[in-house]
Design a protein around this ligand. Sequence first.
Ligand SMILES: Nc1ncnc2c1ncn2[C@@H]1O[C@H](COP(=O)(O)OP(=O)(O)OP(=O)(O)O)[C@@H](O)[C@H]1O
Ligand SMILES: [Mg+2]
Length: 472
Amino acid sequence: MTKKTMSGAGDHNILVVDDDSDIRVALEMLLKYEGFSVWTAKSGTEALQRLELEATAGNRASLVISDVKMPGLDGMGLLDALMEQPNSPPVVLVSGHADVPMAVEAVRKGALDFLEKPLDQNRVLVSVRSALRQGLLAQENQTLKARLAERYPLVGSSPAMEELRVHIERAAAAMAPILVTGENGTGKEVVARNLHMASDRAAGPFIAVNCAAIPAELIESELFGHEKGSFTGAFETRVGHFEAANGGTLFLDEIGDMPLAAQAKVLRALETREITRVGSTQSFEVDIRVVAATNADLAAAVEEKTFRMDLFFRLNVVPLRVPPLRDHIADVDELSAYFLKDLAARSGRANIGLSDDAKKLLRTTEYPGNVRQLRNLLEGAMVFSQGDQVRAADLAVILEGGPALATPNSTPGSDNEVFDVETFEEFKNQSEALFFRRKLDGNAGNVKRTAEELGMQRSHLYRKLERYDLRR
Ligand SMILES: Nc1ncnc2c1ncn2[C@@H]1O[C@H](COP(=O)(O)OP(=O)(O)OP(=O)(O)O)[C@@H](O)[C@H]1O
Ligand SMILES: [Mg+2]
């Protein structure tokens, strides 16, 4: 009999954890038959030991399949331990009928899936396949992010950018909080990272928090951390972003969207340099520099009483305004060259240039979505370009297709790509990503307006955009 294995299965090690030897053996046989290499462990503790041992030998697991109920360290404990490690393998849990609520909780905590006993072979293999795919994606994202973190150059030599650079240099040295303002896509985050890198905290952490992406009821615990059991759902003690940024910079993005109750606590933390975890009475000192950013008019928000005046004054000691692209349009050439080089490197293409007519067109295009829009336009045009140049005609395809097409992967007519998938799950994801990309582009990248148009909670929309990586 010839054995049909999953493609690439041999490259994957799967760790099966169960105290019940029947299930261990059954899973091991099934997965081995599919061509995977299988490790087994009888408990969470044994699983962690095995992973560590293999790691010292240079082997890593692509996936962990673990029972929920086990003596000693159980499946939930194992999941917690793994979630704390960087680059840990994805986890699929196996539960008896009675433990389903616990398994659901586990998925909320980061497990990829759960399987109910008695195990169905097909269901197991579907889950394994999708977990491996997602594991690979997560890994790619991590390396990408690590690479991105290496450098965030602020490109442009127009007077406006030179002035911004001087201001960054000066502001970086101070301890005071900094408020970065500017329209959508102008480069506020790039500025915040440059502030960090130019400061004497550059070796410390840079922690970015999108205040608009966190549901109001969770923001305090996200910022300040919480003690185990301090509220429903607080299963473990959690370190907040203020604590994580100790010795470095805390970037509070979209601060205009922070709920008033949280604003009061942030102000207090800025003034006392001390924080208290939710559910704790003990406070401790943190050494952080806060950089906040917003595209909202905070002074107007103060008038409307949606933003605290005292916090506004506290943050606005050192204001940094990032100009819209139309005010430094001379930088379009330099920015384009930088983006083309960067995009080519990312997609593994040879370096690509701009024809003269393309340069001219780029200088006369309007950019309500600012630098991000320019980047998206170039990324889209690259898809159509032939040879080593992007021409005006390639840009026109995107520009004439409307802003909705000025994004990667959405080549005209390619909506059909949502059908080029195997599973319903993938179909749903593809179409959802496409939908949000179009709506966002239709609003020049303005998340607030898009959320309003869609009648969606802004934090919910932000999570979608993050999930589909639609906001670079
Ligand atoms: N001066 C610049 N040099 C290089 N890249 C830039 C510059 N300005 C913006 N970018 C790029 O443009 C994109 C948008 O920048 P960024 O995310 O910093 O904007 P933002 O002002 O925070 O936008 P939003 O208001 O939507 O949050 C990113 O890909 C960023 O790398
Ligand atoms: Mg931003």
